[in-house]
Design a protein. Structure first.
Length: 115
């Protein structure tokens, strides 16, 4: 009986430690692109087929205000970047979320794309 209590106590302690570590990770500041990936992926999933990549790319290249989330409150730019990685470069969602490239690199790739 004592052995069982010891095992259960260790499991409870490990669970509490993992929960605390995970909670701390959630509160840590993330790199900017990690935020843009989360926001862009949420838009990507939420808007589904209503997103027009070519229209968004033209707006991005023209520098329209709607592409600046700090001014417009829209995540259109981030949606474009995520769509570029998932649809045009055929990245998996797991790769996108695990190892996102620098935002500037994806923006450069979008700019250099042939229409």
């Amino acid at each position: 009986m004592n052995a069982l209590k010891t095992v259960l106590a260790r499991i409870a302690l490990a669970t509490a430690a993992l929960f605390a570590a995970y909670s701390l990770l959630l509160c840590m500041p993330q790199p900017f692109f990690a935020y843009s990936v989360r926001a862009g992926y949420a838009d990507y999933v939420g808007k589904g087929t209503s997103f027009n990549y070519d229209e968004a790319r033209r707006a991005f290249l023209a520098g329209v205000p709607e592409m600046d989330w700090q001014k417009s409150g829209l995540y259109w730019r981030f949606h474009l970047l995520v769509a570029n990685l998932l649809d045009h470069r055929r990245w998996s969602v797991a790769r996108l979320l695990r190892d996102p490239p620098p935002q500037e690199a994806v923006e450069a790739a979008v700019s250099e794309e042939k229409p």
